[in-house]
Design a protein around this ligand. Sequence first.
Ligand code: AKG
Ligand code: FE2
Length: 281
Amino acid sequence: MTAVDAGSGLAAEEIETFWSEGHLVVRGVLTKTEAEHFGGLIRDLLPRGLDIPDHWQAHDGRIKPFYTPGNQTFDGPDFIPLYQNERLYQIMSQLLGSPNLLVRDGSVAITLRNDAVHESELSQALHLDPAVPGYVDEFLFTPEELEIGGCYYFTDVEPGGGGIHVVPGGHRVVEEQSRAVPRGRQRYDRWRKFAHLFPETVEVTAAAGDFVLMHHLMPHAASHNRRSRTRLAQFFRYGRVDQPYRVGERPGDGPADRSFNDLQLAAMSPLGRKLLGVEPW
Ligand SMILES: O=C(O)CCC(=O)C(=O)O
Ligand SMILES: [Fe+2]
C-alpha cells in the first residue's frame, strides 16, 4: 500500500502515484491525540442505550449515523476543524491544481465487528461517488470537474478491520470505458452496476490520524470488520470553486441552501470560511 507522510505537501513522485493508482494514504494528517479526540466525537454519536435511530442506516455492522433525517453531513462546530485542516487542504490544492477549493460531505461511518459469513468481504456494492450529476451524458475529465475525496481513519485499521476497499488504477478504467462509448456517464446504468469489471479489490489499511485520498472515479466499497476494534471514519470531498456543477445537483449533495449558525461560524478559520462557501475566494 502506498503511503506518504503529511509533514508538507506531496512530492512529485507521490503526486504521480496518486494519479496512477487513484488512491493514496497520507499518514499523520491528524496527531494521535487529535484522532482520539475526533474518534471520541463519533463514539459519542451512538445513543447510550445503543438503540440505533430509525433514520440512521445499519448494514452488516456498519452504522451510518445521520445528523438529521436525510442529512449525513456532520458539520457541527466540533467537526469544523476537520473540514479546514491545513495540511489536507495543501495536498488537495496541489492535486486539484488550484488554491480555490470547496469542501463537502462530512458523513461518518462506524464499522463494528461482524462475524457473519458472506460471499464477499465487501459490505457494499462497488461504487463511484462521482462529482457529476446522473443526468449528465458525458464526463468532461477536466481539472474543474475533478473531485478528490476520501476519509480520515480515527482508529488503526489493520487487515480485515473494515478498511475501505479500492481498485488500484480503477479510475483509469472508468475513464477509458466512459470515453469508449457515447454518453459515457450513463454507461453501466449510470456507473451503478459495474462490479463485474473489477473482480479484485484491495483493502486500505492505515493508522489513526491518516487520510485515505481517493479520485472521484475510483471504484470503492466498505468491507466487513472481522476484528474487535471498531473502525471510525469520516468522509470529505474537495473540488475546485470553478467546478461546473452546483451544490444540490451532485450525488451526495445536501440541500443547495446550506447555512451555518453562529457556533459553526465561530469555529471556522479564514480558510474554513472559504472552503465552506461562507465567503468567496
Ligand atoms: O465506509 C467505507 O469504508 C466506505 C463507505 C462509502 O464508500 C460510502 O458510503 O459511499
Ligand atoms: Fe462511497
